[in-house]
Write a protein that binds this ligand. Sequence first.
Ligand code: GTP
Ligand code: IMP
Ligand code: MG
Length: 332
Amino acid sequence: MPSTVIVGGFYGDEGKGKIVSYLAMKDNPTVAVRGGVGPNAGHTIEHENKKYKVRMLPSAFLNPGTRLLIGPGVVVSPEVLLKEIEEFGTHDRSFVDFQCGIIEDSHRTTDSGGRLKQSIGSTGTGTGPANADRAMRTLKLARDVESLTLYLDDIPNQVNFALDRKENVIVEGTQGTFLSLWHGTYPYVTSKDVTASAICADVGIGPKSVDEVLVVFKSFVTRVGEGPLKNEIAPEKAVAKGWQEVGTVTGRQRRAAEFDFDLAKRSIMLNSATQLGITKLDVVFPECAHMQSFSDLSSPAKYFIKNIEDQLKVPVTLIGTGPDVNDIIDRR
Ligand code: GTP
Ligand code: IMP
Ligand code: MG
């Protein structure tokens, strides 16, 4: 399994970060490369009673043998990135493409007031305005930023070199399929396409270089910010079910709904999914918390997973049973 692309199947926050961390520890990839939009993404990762939050580096940082790369399609906040490199002590294995776009104060200002914030519910991190400037060909690039000099490299070259040598490569997407600028609930979407093909383009690999596409769904659907959410349940009901969540980047309450098979089918089509990850099974079926074996699951939980496989016709290979990296059932 040399290259695996991991993307979100719903509206982001499916728990991709935790899945990527697990794969990084288990499969020992030489390279983890991030595509996706930028620091509007927030992954929360828990391991050995520590909680990490990561917005720029790939979520594979827990494996000290994995190189952490950021592809040219990603817009970078140098402040956020340098802080994470410092915090996780990854100076010698973090690399940013020369052609990554740079988010500046002006982008954050435009993004955190006015129309984007109020009507779209943007994260205020400046990613949308930076991508707008990129389309206008006025955006500054990483190659022109002194504080990044030590970390600059040709990322497509590094990734394809690893693939040519049959090394294990993780390609990490961010956000979720229905936040895509092309395929999502426009205008309530992010500033780029975020489906598997786009993530590959972000890091510079072509469609023939992809072996596995792992689409991650949560056991229920959440959405933060504005835009439609079919069968949304009232916040009090979400609290009663234990489904309430707070956003990693913005601290906003996430909206919630039951697992949506129509959305999941479309997501599988748009991403060419070869495997599915289902996170937060323990939230819907608390008796399954921390389990690591499918046979130990309760009958309703087994039925929930089997029904997903029957209806969606793609195997569920990874199942999240808690927030820790090792709270997972690996059926690969
Ligand atoms: P984006 O790139 O922003 O879309 O984020 P993400 O997909 O990495 O997800 P995020 O970390 O924002 O949200 C997922 C939350 O669920 C985090 O707080 C995780 O610690 C937690 N989590 C992930 N998997 C599981 C699981 O199987 N069970 C439980 N209880 N929590 C989980
Ligand atoms: P922007 O990407 O900050 O412009 O925000 C546009 C929309 O996408 C808003 O509804 C955000 O809440 C949502 N969004 C952007 N990034 C994420 C993410 O990583 N997880 C969940 N929602 C996101
Ligand atoms: Mg998130």
